[in-house]
Design a protein around this ligand. Structure first.
Ligand SMILES: [Zn+2]
Length: 326
């Protein structure tokens, strides 16, 4: 049967996710076995989603009398029509908080990692390798959530053109599996080297230890098969910023804002007074991007890096000969 093979085709590190389209779209026969590889996920799924076989098993004889046992195989595809579109819309909206949670976890892990690197004074140890692996899992989770949401959106779009989608569960499953497999097959450089979040994570760790600009991200991600024949090497992010001075005022970036249109950051007060209410050209050399107060965003991550930089500067001054306080 098709569904059985499609769920077993999923590969690690992509895993089942309790916020997927299970409730409305999945027939019970699509439900992967409750023995999930993923700890936590099993418990989370089996409670709110319990129904069909699972519900029967869970409730036992709960006073409802002797109902015939519900067999998953008896369920037929549940067509999706415009009346149920709202439910799909809700599932899509449900990804908002889920994605926020992933972003928060990323921010916390980035912060914890840079703190640890600062204390250890290195990124070259076991602990960092483990944290880096954890962060990559979050990048994977982010990609998976995006894929599942996109599949649901594709189903919704189908309903704009036709009154019903006959077997939405299979379609959702096929669409999702295809995308997840494509993601799994990407090289490390393509999965992580092109993730803004991952680059930011590495930059924070780097900045906690080093004063120099971080080298391009691919220096940390060895080339794999499939990396040679692509021409998007030049799209890789990272390795540009790391000058902690405002290009306009030359002040240290204690309270930085960053441009959304170019890779430059500025001292908040200085740049806001420069830009005023109109548009000005970015003051960084050789950058012609137009700035307005709307294209300037606070940059707490950069602020943290600058703070770490200042702490290193202070400890250098304190440990310089002659200033040692015994
Ligand atoms: Zn610029």
């Amino acid at each position: 049967m098709m569904q059985a093979s499609s769920s077993s085709r999923r590969r690690q590190p992509i895993h089942d996710d309790e916020t997927d389209g299970g409730d409305v779209l999945q027939r019970p026969s699509h439900q992967p076995p409750a023995t999930s590889r993923h700890r936590g996920a099993t418990a989370a799924r089996s409670q709110p989603h319990a129904r069909g076989d699972e519900a029967q098993a869970a409730s036992g004889s709960s006073g409802q009398g002797q109902q015939p046992r519900v067999r998953a195989a008896d369920y037929r595809p549940q067509p999706l029509d415009r009346d149920s579109a709202a439910a799909v819309g809700q599932m899509i909206a449900g990804y908002g908080p889920h994605e926020d949670t992933i972003r928060q976890a990323m921010a916390s892990l980035e912060e914890a990692t840079s703190d640890l690197c600062e204390v250890e004074e290195t990124i070259d140890n076991e602990a960092f390798v483990q944290l880096d692996a954890d962060y990559r899992e979050l990048v994977d989770a982010q990609a998976e959530a995006k894929t599942r949401k996109t599949s649901l959106e594709a189903l919704l779009r189908r309903l704009e053109g036709e009154p019903t989608v006959l077997d939405p569960a299979t379609e959702y499953s096929n669409l999702t599996c295809e995308q997840l497999e494509a993601y799994s097959a990407l090289t490390t450089r393509k999965k992580y080297g092109q993730s803004q979040e991952y680059v930011s994570f590495r930059e924070s760790a780097w900045a906690a230890v080093e004063d120099s600009a971080m080298p391009p991200i691919n220096e940390f991600l060895p080339a794999e098969q499939g990396d040679e024949d692509d021409d998007d090497d030049d799209i890789q992010v990272g390795g540009t910023r790391q000058d902690y001075k405002c290009p306009y005022s030359a002040k240290l970036l204690i309270d930085p804002v960053s441009s959304t249109g170019c890779p430059h950051s500025y001292d908040r007060e200085s740049i806001l007074s420069y830009v005023g209410k109109g548009e000005k050209v970015c003051p960084a050399s050789a950058c012609n991007v137009k700035l307005s107060h709307r294209s300037l965003k606070p940059d707490p991550r950069l602020a943290k890096r600058v703070a770490a930089y200042r702490r290193r500067e202070e400890s250098r001054i304190l440990s310089a000969p002659g200033t040692m306080i015994e």
